[in-house]
Design a protein around this ligand. Structure first.
Ligand SMILES: [Zn+2]
Ligand SMILES: [Zn+2]
Length: 556
């Protein structure tokens, strides 16, 4: 956990922080709610060979000026005469600094000795500040190389799945924490232990009553609300097609990992494997149904596998994506297609072409005749002109209160379920912000000369001007490109790369059959191989049912 003093330093330099100085981090740019600043990481230059440095900025030095340009430049940062910072990280070195101005090199991205593309490759041996197991865990991506398999070229990415986030608690974060409906359940002391402006490192305690890693040193706790497991080291090797091929028949993104963010953490799709009353119709949207089950980034883990279902705010901070130009690459989907952040130009958001059905107007072609009723399904969600068909699997009314698996209540307004959405082809009109049914488009991408097909994380301006996530969030419901079998290997499930990690669709079916969430099931199963009896006990189900549903032992 960073100090308040560093919180002050953050605001002092307009959120371009010397994160290295605050927590033994390699240079990371953090952006808060202040005016946009160009992307850059700040690195202290020194005459020694040290690459990471701890510099504590005087809390009252609010005049420190940082000049940032897209390319390498210098910045003046006023530092405290006597360095007193200490850090838990073994890689951190405290540098004696004169009480005068220090020259700081500001690279636009990771150190550029080697070209890793957009990947956040850990070249400094940097380890997670809070979480470790029997050894420190190196954060971000460990290596990226090009491999050729059966004549196809892939990016082979090796990662621990451990992010390196430093998050400044915003005013809306604070409001969200204070506004949680079940504070007595969610916090160990009835409320959060942080306020706006506090700086959190990934896994540090903000007061949540975390499940599974409660008060255990090294696991990270208090960063996650009750329910999700705590993140653990992943042994991830993933091959992503280097030259994406458009699919003849697009396949659904499905559950489980659908790609990798550039920091090596998993991308999950829209779903959480849960549906209204287990009918496999009226499927939950994870960012909505699990809104109270995510950390502030927002993310959480399943079986220790940390992932984001929607726009990763903390990663955006690290990448310095302030919405002043087309977003940079945030990750790659399993079809090898790049995923950009939410912006297509200065202040212009990419626009999802998915719209919510109108259940209220009795004459609406997407509703079911009677206002508020979910008694019909669209024949084709990709073409609403085909009309609706009645369903026996009736969903809750749009004014009904439904309860999430974590026990939080929501009004099931239109848009709550995946079946509430349809692709409106008229929105996919070729304008720069328009996206197709996969949430992608052909267009310019920073760092790439040719117009390139890519996805966007999608957000929209909600009430009070706050940005909120917009379905389908990242990719989907289908991939644009071919997802190769190689891309899904080694190790089983798409993107997981861990041994024994079986098909996530099967797991979803098991979860539904048991009446538990996908994430709860994965969490209960733990790292492979699964302990069926322990998992059954954790889930409150019959071990024999679980064993039967899981099939052969060792294959979750
Ligand atoms: Zn774009
Ligand atoms: Zn999830």
């Amino acid at each position: 956990m960073l100090t308040r003093r560093c919180a002050a330093c953050l605001s002092a330099i307009l959120c371009m922080v010397l994160v290295a100085g605050c927590g033994g981090a390699e240079p990371v740019a953090v952006q808060g709610e202040e005016p946009p600043v160009p992307t850059a990481a700040v690195q202290v230059e020194s005459t020694t060979t040290t690459t990471t440095a701890a510099v504590q900025v005087e809390p009252t030095s609010t005049t420190a000026a940082v000049q940032v340009e897209p390319t390498s430049t210098t910045a003046a940062v006023q530092v405290e005469p006597t360095p007193t910072t200490t850090s838990a990280s073994a890689t951190t070195t405290v540098i004696q600094t004169e009480p005068t101005t220090t020259t700081v090199v500001v690279p636009a991205a990771e150190p550029a000795e080697e070209d890793h593309g957009p990947w956040m490759v850990n070249t400094s041996g940097r380890v997670a500040a809070v979480i470790h197991d029997d050894a420190p865990i190196r954060v971000n991506v460990q290596s990226v190389e090009v491999v050729e398999i059966d004549g196809q070229r892939y990016q082979r990415v090796v990662a621990t799945g451990m992010p390196d986030y430093v998050h400044v608690v915003t005013g809306s974060d604070e409001a969200f924490l204070l506004g949680r409906p079940r504070p007595g359940n969610d916090f160990t002391s009835g409320g959060p232990s942080v306020v706006a402006g506090d700086v959190l490192q990934f896994g540090s305690d903000l007061g949540y009553r975390s499940t599974g890693c409660s008060r255990t040193e090294g696991t990270g706790y208090g960063f996650w609300p009750p329910g999700p497991a705590c993140p653990t080291r992943q042994a991830r090797t993933l091959d992503l097609p280097l030259e994406p091929v458009e699919a003849a028949t697009p396949v659904a993104t499905g559950l489980g990992s659908i790609g990798l963010w550039v920091n090596g953490t998993a991308i999950f799709g829209w779903g959480d494997g849960q549906s209204w009353q287990g009918q496999r119709v009226w499927s939950n949207l994870a960012p909505a149904a699990e809104a109270y089950d995510m950390d502030l980034c927002p993310g959480h883990s399943a079986m220790g596998n940390y992932h984001h279902h929607s726009h990763p705010v903390c990663l955006a901070d690290q990448l310095g994506d302030a919405g002043t130009a087309h977003s940079t690459i945030y990750g790659f989907a399993m079809d090898g297609v790049a995923i950009a952040g939410p912006w297509v130009a200065d202040g212009v958001l990419a626009r999802s072409s998915w719209k919510v059905r109108d259940y209220e107007d009795p004459g609406s072609s997407t509703g079911c005749g009677s206002p508020g009723e979910r008694t019909c399904l669209l024949v084709d969600q990709l073409d609403a002109a085909n009309g609706t068909v009645p369903t026996d699997a009736i969903g809750p009314r749009t004014d009904a209160v439904v309860q999430s698996q974590s026990g939080n209540s929501f009004v099931a307004r239109a848009g709550w379920f995946m079946e509430d959405w349809f692709f409106d082809g008229s929105l996919d009109n070729g304008s720069p912000e328009a996206l197709d049914e996969h949430n992608g488009h052909l267009g310019p991408l920073p760092g790439i000369a040719e117009p390139t097909y890519h996805y966007h994380t999608t957000r929209r301006t909600g009430p009070d001007g706050v940005l909120v996530d917009a379905f389908p969030y990242v990719v989907g419901p289908t991939y644009n490109g071919e997802v190769s079998a190689t891309g899904m290997a080694p190790g089983g499930g798409p993107g997981e790369g861990g041994p024994g990690d079986g098909g996530p669709t099967d797991l979803a079916a098991v979860a539904e059959a048991l009446g538990v969430t996908f994430d709860a099931l994965r969490q209960a199963l733990g790292p492979p191989p699964p302990d069926i009896d322990a998992a059954a006990a954790a889930l409150g189900v019959d071990p024999e049912d679980l064993r039967r549903l899981m099939g052969s032992p060792g294959r979750p």
